[in-house]
Each structure stands twice: as C-alpha cells, then as structure tokens.
Write a protein that binds this ligand. Structure first.
Ligand code: NAP
Ligand code: MG
Length: 477
C-alpha cells in the first residue's frame, strides 16, 4: 500500500497485518493517515532484531550513543512546529500545548544524551586486604515500551531516550489511537543514525502486541504508561516471566484551596490543572478540596472562568480546550457527568457540543463528597469534583484518602500549611501555588499507590530502571 505508514523492524519499514485509519477527533471525517498494525509475528521479529542489534549498540560506547541522541533531539526541535500540528490533529490538545510537548521531547533527548556520558559507578575499598570492589551499571538488553495516547510524543521520548542512553535496544508499542507521533519519532531515529534494530516500532492493538511483548522471554524489562487496569495485567505477566517492570498509571489528584489562598492564583491553577489538555492528563486536578471560608467565592470565580473557556479546533490559535480524544472516551466522560448528578452533585457544564467532533464543555461537580464514585475513580476528562472541608487537617486527610498518589497541590499563603502539606501529602509530586499538572523534564516523575510501580521516570533517576548493577571484586595480588 503506497501511502501507508509502516512499522520499523530491524531497520526495514514493514506492513503488518492490518491497517488503521488515524482520524482527527476535532473532525472525524478528516483522515490523518493510514498506519500499519502489526501482529504477534511482527512483535517477535522486532524483539529478534533488537536482540541482535543490542550488543553492538552497547559496545559502541557512550559517545556514539550520545551523538545519536543529540541528533534526535535537534531534529525534533527543528521540526517542533510541524510535529506539534500533527499532535494537535491526532490527539486534540491545543496547538500551544502540542508544540510545547514536541519541544519537551527534543529537550528530553538532549538531556539523556548527557546521561549516556555521565553513567557513573562506584569504587569502594573491600573489607578484604588486596581486593578491589567496583560497582558499575550496564544495559538490561531488550526493553519493551508501551505508551498511552495522551502524550503521544513526550512519553515515547522519555522512555526511549534513557533506554538507548544506557545501551539497551527498544521495541516501542505506541497507543493505537495516536501512532503518528511515534512514527515521526521512528523516522527521526533512523535519520539520526540509530543503527538498524536498536529502535523498533510496532504499532497496533495493545491486547495483542502488549501481551506478546510481556510474554516474550527475550524482553528483559517492560515500561508501561496507561490505565491501572492494563498496568495490573502487565505487572502480573512480568511477575510470571520475572521481568523488571515500571508502571505509570492513573491519578485522582487533589488540589487544596485554603481560606488564605490568593483567590486569583487559585482559580488560575485549578482552571489549568482541571481542564487544560481537556483534562486528559494523569496529573490533572480532579478533586478540588476547598476550605469553607473561601468556598463560595472560589466556586463562583472558577465557574465563571470555566464557562468562558474557548473550546474548539486546536489548530485555531484562540482555542484553549480541544476535543476529547475519541468517541468512546467522550461517552465515558458523559456517563461520569450523569453519575455525579445522580450522586447528588450540582453539575455545571459537562454537556457535549452540538458540532462535528468529540467536544465537551468542561464540568464542575459542586457539593461532591470524597466517598462518591465520581470523586474516587479516574475520569480522564475535563471534569473536577469540588469538595468542601472545614480546615487544613480535614483537607489533608481528604487529599490523601484516594487509591492514587501521583500529584497533589495546595494553594495557600501560609508557610506552615504549605510545609505540612509538602511533608504529608501521600503523592510522588507536590505543587505549592501551582497546578498539579505541568512538570519539568529533568527531574523525577512518578507517584505512589495505584499511580506508579517501580523506579521513577525522567531526570537522572530514570537510569535506575534502564540499567542493571554489577559488583566486581578483583584480587590484585
Ligand atoms: P490504556 O488503555 O491502559 O493503554 C495504554 C497502552 O497499553 C496502549 O498502548 C494500549 O494499547 C496498551 N494496552 C492495552 N491493553 C493492553 C494489554 N492487555 N497488554 C499490554 N498493553 C496493552 O491507557 P490509555 O487509555 O491509552 O491512556 C489513559 C491512561 O493513561 C489513564 O489512566 C492515564 O492516567 C494514564 N496515564 C498515566 C501517566 C503517568 O505517567 N502516570 C501519563 C499519561 C497517562 P491500545 O492503544 O491498543 O489500547
Ligand atoms: Mg485505551
């Protein structure tokens, strides 16, 4: 097929077993492109190619790996505007957010180019005279990467870059809904001189390819970002095969607003955290926990700002909120809006827009309680519950009373409360007077409880997952 975007296996662009139509959620009638879907055999071929190529990549040394990663980063940055447009068309976030995500992917490759050179060990005196001990880090071999649709270039980048920096070979299975950004990344890796087989792309269905990856004996480790439900299956499969596993999953992130908060700042942080990127961020603020003295003024101001959000085609520069990613996701969101109303919340917004595309008005669930299903389950859409609390202690208790623990925020002018929240929030990331979403690329990212399993991603700690440690003892005589 002529205009098919193919899988990359062992340096060859291959057809797979099926073709998927990648469509624009703002205008489902618009076809972005045709993408190959691989089957089990393609996945197995990709693992074999990776296994064959990995020793040479590891032996090439840190400079060769840093050079390739630097070129990848520079090529992404040079094409950030173009990749941003493609991302906005296939996933639906605003052009500014999409271009920002592409830029972030470029910076991530540059950061890990440096990490390839900085991969240090330890030299320690032995307890035995005449014996030298050193502790070094080496690659794992073939690593499998499984990524979601909501950050279609940044997440493939923040898994691929550290994996390659450490000398591993990669098989990437991107989300079926958003193959275009991963395909561009594959093209750029080839253009940057990444040797055949070192990076392989197999697009297609997660239940087929993901399973085949987890079950494959030559895959040493699996890094997954996605839903808790799929994450659990992957963890079980990896336990069976005794594979290293890293999971980044959902959130139900609390944002506390205390009486002493700067109201304007709190409204801006909650508007951004809850609704930007159409609420489709694992770090989105989905529980707004508001002290009673500021509650009514905060809700009135936030609801006014919510109603004024400009929803539309992400390619329109005025758009703040794009579409929901798919019809199925929109249906799920609308079901949660109906559920919140049944549970007794006063629902503002949340209705679909009467136009082509999967558009939905952002929603507030006012008068929510933390034990409602709408306050406990991740919706992954532009919906936030507002939960009223009496004081800081109750706010902290409610914030931590959740199955998840990714990001937690507080808006306050009190140093005492900000400090107590930083210490006691049961989350991997804490934000003071900032939205729960929106993180830097050079520091650790991850959470606790049902949000994460395994070592952190991003920053220097990312290398913990992608390396294995060797302790060597030498008797020098
Ligand atoms: P998902 O349905 O869990 O899918 C994630 C990836 O897993 C996709 O590539 C998917 O393929 C694949 N997959 C599906 N079933 C599989 C199976 N049985 N075995 C192996 N792989 C399988 O998640 P999503 O809907 O794409 O993304 C939304 C979720 O991601 C949310 O829960 C969100 O919170 C989470 N997320 C977390 C973070 C974080 O860092 N914590 C960041 C972003 C998103 P298909 O596309 O073919 O289904
Ligand atoms: Mg899915």
């Amino acid at each position: 097929m002529e205009n098919l975007h193919r899988n990359l296996i062992g340096g060859e662009w291959t057809e797979g077993i099926e073709v998927s139509e990648n469509r624009n959620p703002s205008r489902p009638s618009e076809l972005i492109g045709l993408y190959a879907r691989g089957g089990r055999d393609d996945l197995h071929a990709a693992v074999a190619a990776a296994r064959a190529a990995q020793p040479g990549w590891a032996a090439a040394g840190p400079q060769a790996r840093a050079d390739v990663l630097t070129r990848v980063g520079s090529l992404i940055l040079a094409r950030a505007a173009e990749i941003g447009r493609l991302l906005a068309r296939e996933e639906g976030k605003s052009l500014a957010e999409a271009t920002g995500e592409a830029t972030r992917a470029g910076h991530i490759f540059h950061f890990f180019a440096g990490e390839a050179l900085r991969l240090a060990g330890q030299k320690i005196d032995s307890t035995r005279t005449g014996v030298e001990v050193d502790v070094t880090r080496g690659p794992l071999g073939v690593v499998g990467l499984i990524t979601p649709w909501n950050f279609p270039i940044a997440i493939p980048a923040w898994k691929t870059a550290p994996a390659l920096a450490a000398g591993n070979a990669v098989v990437l299975k991107p989300a079926d809904l958003t193959p275009a950004c991963a395909h561009v990344l594959a093209q750029i890796l080839v253009e940057a001189g990444c040797p055949p087989g070192v990076f392989n792309l197999v697009m297609g269905s997660g239940s087929t390819l993901g399973r085949a990856m987890v079950d494959h004996p030559d895959v040493a480790a699996v890094s997954f970002t996605g839903s808790e439900q799929v994450g659990r299956q992957i963890a079980l499969g990896c336990a069976e095969g005794l594979k290293k596993v890293q999971l980044e999953m959902g959130g139900k992130n609390p944002m506390v607003v205390l009486d002493d908060a700067d109201l304007d700042m709190a409204v801006k942080a909650c508007l951004n955290g809850a609704f930007y990127s159409t609420g489709q961020r694992c770090t989105a603020s989905s529980r707004l926990i508001v002290q009673k003295g500021i509650h009514d003024a905060f809700v009135a101001a936030l609801d006014e700002a919510r109603a004024a959000l400009r929803i539309g085609d992400p390619l329109d520069e005025n758009t703040q909120i794009g579409p929901v990613v798919s019809q199925a996701q929109l249906k799920g969101n609308l079901d949660y809006v109906a559920l919140a109303a049944r549970e007794g919340c006063e629902v503002r917004g949340g209705e679909p827009l009467d136009r082509e595309g999967w558009f939905q008005r952002p929603a507030l669930f006012i008068g929510a309680r933390n034990d409602m299903r709408s306050s406990r389950e991740e919706i992954f859409g532009p919906c936030a519950s507002v939960i009223e609390v009496a004081d800081f202690d109750e706010a902290l208790a409610v914030a931590n009373d959740t199955p998840f623990g990714l990001s937690a925020g507080i808006c306050t002018t009190s140093l005492k409360h900000a400090t107590a929240f930083r210490r006691n929030a049961a989350a991997g990331m804490v934000m003071v007077n900032l939205p729960t979403a929106g993180v830097d690329y050079h520091v650790p990212f991850g959470g606790r409880k049902a949000s994460s399993l395994g070592p952190r991603e991003q920053g220097t700690l990312a290398m913990d997952f992608y390396t294995t440690v060797k302790t060597a003892y030498v008797f020098a005589g």
